[in-house]
Structures are given as structure tokens and as C-alpha cells.
Design a protein around this ligand. Structure first.
Ligand SMILES: C[S@@+](CC[C@H](N)C(=O)[O-])C[C@H]1O[C@@H](n2cnc3c(N)ncnc32)[C@H](O)[C@@H]1O
Length: 256
């Protein structure tokens, strides 16, 4: 995985956190929410992570308490809710549009509760056996401290399934990838129709890129990600790049 070419080599392994002062412009997750599941359904790279998470769940002891942090429209919570019907599951999601979608989607799963606070306001300590946090950390204020929060939320030995967007979101590249896939699957007219329905996605991806370039959102190499996770008190059990190499997936264990 290439390191950031814009940073001097000596600093590439030190996490470079976004400046808090620069955090005023952000994508509008509520505007994204309505088109979000269209993206999830039609994006093979997204589906591959969902499948990986499902396969991962099948390899571990059933967690008693699961948190889905930055759980968005609830796609990972749904997998956990179906695989672990006796677990307590908490979906942490501060965006009202996203959490509404999740609540509607997961209404039949009575063992899921919803916390509309951002991670930084959750005070629970050592209560989770498993945390899933997918494509949300990069968008949070001070990701280094948020990793500390995730560590605090887990019991010692608890597991973190973490996926984070690290590289700059190349909107043109994603558009061509998705369009080529949709065209193969649904023909030209079908692809155009889905693109039109999901046009908000392109707008929000552009906003993510802008926030990344402005230093509002954290970008990182795979090595920087691993370094940050270890610094927060985790042991890395597995690491790979996913989401067409834009993101890093790490399965981690909370050190005692
Ligand atoms: C790209 S979505 C990912 C949703 C979901 N994890 C998935 O992969 O389908 C990122 C989510 O992170 C949430 N988020 C942003 N800042 C957060 C924070 N400080 N604490 C918790 N969630 C946050 C956003 O509201 C948004 O729904």
C-alpha cells in the first residue's frame, strides 16, 4: 500500500490528525442517507465488506454486547442482529436521517437499541465484547481520541472490527467503476436510471473529497492506520486493504 506521497517519509508513520478548527464544512449525512442504501446495494466493493463482516462473525464466540459505531443506515447492525439474536446490540449514530432509516429497517429486531449521540459523548466503559465501526472514524473529530474511546468502550480482550476510508475519494474513479458495473448488470438504461436515483451520492462523495483535502477528514496509509490503532491500546489480529484499496480493514483485540 503506497504511503502518502505528500508527507515527508519520516512523518508518514505518525498519525497526522485533522485540525479541529478546520471542521466546519462537512458532508450532509442526512442528505446522503436517502441514497445510501442504493449505493450499498449496487456497490460490489461495499457488499464485499458486508460479506467479510458476516464471515468474521461466524468465526468468533457469540459476543454478549455489540456496538455498531457510526452505524449509518444499519447494514452492519442488521448482519449482527441476524447472526446474534441473543446479543444486546447498540447502534450509535448521531445523524437523524441515517438513524431513522436504520430504525425502520431494523424494527423487527427488538434486541437493537439506538443511541443518537456521537461516539465522543458515550461514557460507557468496558461494556462491549465487539465493536464494529465501518467508514465512520475518518469523519469523526480527532480520530486518535476516538480510537481511545473505542478502546474504553471495549472490555479487555474485546474485539474491534474496524474499516476506515484512508485515501482520497477519487470521485471520477468511483463513478466509472460503479457505472461499468451497473451497465454490465442492468444495461445502459438501467445504469442511467440508478445513477439518476443515486445522484446525491456523487454530491456527497465530492463533499467527502473536499473535506479530506481541507484536512477536515483524516486520510491515512495502511501503516499509519495500524500505528494509530496500536497507540490506542489494540493488538492487530488481521489487516488488509479493502474497498478497492481506498480503505483499511483491521480486526483488533483490546489489550488488557
Ligand atoms: C459513511 S457512513 C457509514 C455508515 C455505516 N457504518 C456503513 O458502513 O454503512 C459514516 C457515518 O458516521 C457517522 N458519524 C460521523 N461522525 C460521528 C461521530 N462522531 N460519532 C459516531 N458516528 C459518527 C455519520 O453520521 C455517518 O452516518
Amino acid at each position: 500500500m503506497p504511503l502518502n506521497t505528500s508527507a515527508p517519509v519520516s512523518s508518514q508513520l505518525d498519525p497526522v490528525w485533522p485540525a479541529p478548527a478546520a471542521r466546519s464544512s462537512r458532508p450532509d449525512w442526512s442528505a446522503y442517507a436517502t441514497a445510501y442504501d442504493l449505493l450499498s446495494e449496487h456497490n460490489p466493493a461495499y457488499q464485499a465488506i458486508l460479506r467479510d463482516f458476516e464471515a468474521f462473525l461466524a468465526t468468533i464466540d457469540v459476543p454478549r454486547v455489540i456496538y455498531d459505531v457510526g452505524g449509518g443506515s444499519g447494514n452492519y447492525t442488521r448482519i449482527a442482529a441476524e447472526a446474534c439474536p441473543d446479543s444486546e446490540i447498540c447502534l450509535v449514530e448521531p445523524d437523524p436521517g441515517m438513524i431513522r432509516l436504520a430504525q425502520a429497517k431494523l424494527a423487527r429486531h427488538r434486541h437493537v437499541r439506538y443511541d443518537p449521540r456521537p461516539l465522543e459523548q458515550i461514557e460507557a466503559q468496558g461494556s462491549a465484547d465487539l465493536i464494529v465501526c465501518v467508514h465512520a472514524l475518518y469523519a469523526m473529530p480527532d480520530p486518535g481520541q476516538r480510537l481511545d474511546d473505542l478502546r474504553r468502550l471495549l472490555r479487555p480482550g474485546g474485539l474491534l472490527y474496524l474499516v476506515d476510508l484512508g485515501r482520497l475519494m477519487n470521485v471520477t474513479d468511483w463513478r466509472s467503476y460503479l457505472f461499468a458495473h451497473l451497465r454490465r448488470e442492468h444495461g445502459l438504461l438501467g445504469a442511467l436510471r440508478i445513477f439518476w436515483q443515486g445522484r446525491e451520492i456523487a454530491r456527497q462523495n465530492q463533499a467527502i473529497l473536499k473535506a479530506q483535502k481541507a484536512g477536515v477528514y483524516w486520510t491515512h496509509s495502511a501503516d499509519e492506520m495500524a500505528e494509530a490503532v496500536r497507540a490506542a491500546g489494540f493488538e492487530v489480529l488481521r489487516q488488509q486493504t479493502v474497498y478497492r484499496d481506498y480503505s483499511d480493514l483491521l480486526v483488533c483485540r483490546a489489550r488488557p
